[in-house]
Design a protein around this ligand. Sequence first.
Ligand code: XMP
Ligand code: MG
Length: 179
Amino acid sequence: MTCIRLKDKTFELFIREEEILQSITTMAARIKADMEGIQPLFISILKGAYMFTGELMRAYDGDCEITFGRFSSYQGTSSQGVIKELVPVLEDVTGRTVILIEDIVDTGLTMKYVIEQLKRKGAADVRIATLLFKPDSLVCDLKPDYIGISIPSVFIVGHGLDYDEAGRCYKDIYKLKEE
Ligand code: XMP
Ligand code: MG
């Protein structure tokens, strides 16, 4: 499929599943090498990272713990800048190495908020593993530690990402078509 229609918008094929999975394999190997002798706590950021999380964990194939949190900053096709905690992380992070699994870093405000919160709760080291990164949209000093694919500042859906809850379950990634 080269185009999909979601609600009032059309999206065109942008990144194929093969490229996504290849980037995840590479990322998992890097994380595993860095985590030698450490049992990290992965925190998957719902809902967008659900598909990426399963794939990253399968590729990681090592000793770790996994939990989930849910935050929101997006409505429609733009970031709101006000972060809401929808599902809190309940695990004790004191002294832990935490790796946040995120679908996409856009303005960076969500990850900055979550990192500060985890550091306040006593995490020893907090890292970000993001499938996608929009470097031109960043508005704060944040540097994701592990990046799958960097993209220009376009709105995308698929592979976990949604347009108002539509489009999450496509395996490829699509970008908004200018009309
Ligand atoms: P910030 O701006 O805080 O945003 O880095 C991160 C969150 O915003 C969502 N996001 C997107 N969702 N297509 C989407 O479906 C996009 O192009 C996009 N850009 C950002 C996403 O939920 C991410 O966790
Ligand atoms: Mg979203």
